[in-house]
Design a binder for this molecule. Structure first.
Ligand code: ATP
Ligand code: MN
Length: 466
């Protein structure tokens, strides 16, 4: 590589050799003879200090450059790598020459030294990665994505790319974004009220995917273990701190796995990711612990060392109904778990992650395996403190007749599912899978409070800037 990253320089021996760093100035501080510049290149949380000493002589050219430096300026700095006399840093650079690559005028640069609110930073999402918080989030996001691939690749899973555009109106998981090349202006003026989709790009209505699951099942029932990891779109008109219109989802799908194997996999997966965060990202995690969510590291460590609670929906209901007064939405057997119910179970009752199984079939998707009672399905949701649902999954119905029955019961047309039903017609096997929202995972691991702050450019109702 042409340049050296600050993270590598910071951990190398301060042997007095000459080094050059590139980055953005966090702060510049001056005393009569000394100039201290903190340079950050985002490669790690810490900045490196470049110290210039007028007693040792600074060239006129560098003096001129120093005048142009303020917070946010980009620079190239060359000097000798020496042990730092200052506390909190092992090494620093005894500066010899500095070149400003780009100024950041104090009058207009929005990121001055003071702490900015997360709300303010959301409006300047193109500059927020230069802050401590968003730099840390960016590195965590990348590390967690890497960890996810490692987890599955080490366990014999194949990464499958499921389509972004789908013409099968399958999941029913949420509102969908329509994809069309029809001229809407023209349609608005047309005398007819019916849209002729045969003239549309795909010859029929098409949408952005809400889940890659159904397509993933086709590969799981061929190469046994698969996972998808890609963008997912839901036009949910909910302005919550846990929902985005565009988010990333990880969906493993495993042949020959039942609901219990599925729960084991989900628990092992979450623990693997937490351990990765704590072991591979200690500096960033320390920052989240100190500045974003006090006690985060201890909480996550506790989660690593405990067994997740597993209860049935019916048991959960008993617990919730006992405390019905605490909820705005009164719980009853048959209702979908509201966020307040989920959080009560995981935060107040059990105080750790909880996996709930056996939901009433009416509130879950058609493909979930029907239990012997004919009333509940083998669904599993994982709930975690501070967040509620982080994972939703199930064992899939592998019996052709039962599945067709469920589809018809829900007023759907089995013919639309011809290829999905073929998986049950030919060589059907028990199989299971789940979906983990990547941004929900990031909220959990970093302790950040709003899902819009753990994705670079959030998409939500009336929000598509950048
Ligand atoms: P919720 O009840 O929280 O809306 P869901 O039941 O709609 O979730 P699923 O359809 O089971 O969720 O999707 C699987 C996972 O995807 C969820 O557990 C969650 O982690 C994530 N997820 C779902 N919807 C969103 C969204 N709008 N933004 C971000 N992540 C989401
Ligand atoms: Mn939802």
């Amino acid at each position: 590589m042409k340049t050296q990253l600050i993270k590598d320089i910071l951990v190398s021996a301060p042997d007095g050799r000459e080094v050059t760093v590139y980055g953005w100035v966090r702060t510049k501080r001056e005393t009569k003879n000394l100039v201290f510049i903190q340079v950050n290149d985002g490669s790690c949380f810490a900045s490196i200090q470049v110290t210039l000493d007028r007693d040792r002589g600074i060239t006129e050219e560098t003096e001129a450059q120093l005048k142009r430096i303020s917070t946010g300026a980009s620079i190239e700095a060359t000097g000798l790598l020496i042990p730092s006399p200052a506390s909190g840093q092992a090494v620093e650079i005894q500066g010899l020459a500095i070149t400003v690559l780009g100024e950041a005028p104090v009058e207009t640069y929005p990121l001055q030294k003071k702490n900015h609110s997360l709300e303010f930073l959301r409006d300047i999402a193109h500059l927020r990665p230069r802050t401590n918080t968003f730099g840390a989030v960016a590195r965590m996001r990348s590390q967690m994505a890497y960890a996810i691939h490692v987890f599955f690749q080490e366990r014999g899973f194949n990464y499958v790319h499921t389509p972004i555009i789908t013409a099968s109106d399958c999941e029913g998981a949420g509102e969908m974004f329509q994809v069309t090349t029809l001229d809407l202006e023209q349609l608005a003026k047309a005398p007819t009220t019916k849209v002729d989709f045969s003239r549309d790009f795909f010859g029929k209505p098409a949408n952005l995917t809400v889940s890659g699951q159904l397509e993933a099942e086709t590969y799981a029932t061929a190469v046994s273990r698969v996972y998808t990891f890609g963008p997912t779109f839901r036009a949910e008109n909910s302005n919550t701190t846990r929902h985005l219109a565009e988010f990333w989802m990880i969906e493993p799908e495993v042949a020959f796995y039942d609901i219990y194997d599925n729960m084991d996999l989900a628990e092992e997966f979450i623990k693997f990711l937490i351990r990765w965060a704590l072991e591979k990202c200690p500096q960033d995690m320390q920052f989240f612990n100190d500045r974003i969510q006090p006690g985060l590291i201890e909480t996550l460590t506790h989660v690593l060392n405990s067994d997740f609670i597993r209860i049935s929906y019916t048991e959960a209901m008993v617990e919730l109904e006992k405390n019905a007064v605490k909820f705005e939405f009164k719980p009853y057997w048959g209702c979908d778990l509201q966020s307040e119910h989920e959080r009560y179970l995981t935060e107040t009752v059990y105080k750790k992650p909880v996996i709930v199984t056996g939901y009433p079939k009416e509130i879950k998707a058609f493909y979930m395996k029907l239990n012997e009672d004919g009333k509940t399905v083998r669904a599993m949701d994982m709930l975690v403190p501070g967040l509620g649902e982080i994972i939703g999954g199930s064992e899939r119905e592998e019996n052709l007749e039962t599945l067709e029955g469920r589809i018809t019961e829900l007023g759907l047309n089995p013919e639309d599912y011809w290829w999905y039903l073929d998986l049950r017609r030919y060589g059907t096997v028990p199989h299971s899978g789940f979906g983990l929202g990547f941004e929900r995972l990031l909220l959990y691991v970093t302790g950040m409070g709003n899902i819009r702050d753990v994705i670079p450019f959030p998409r939500a109702p009336k929000l598509a800037e950048f």
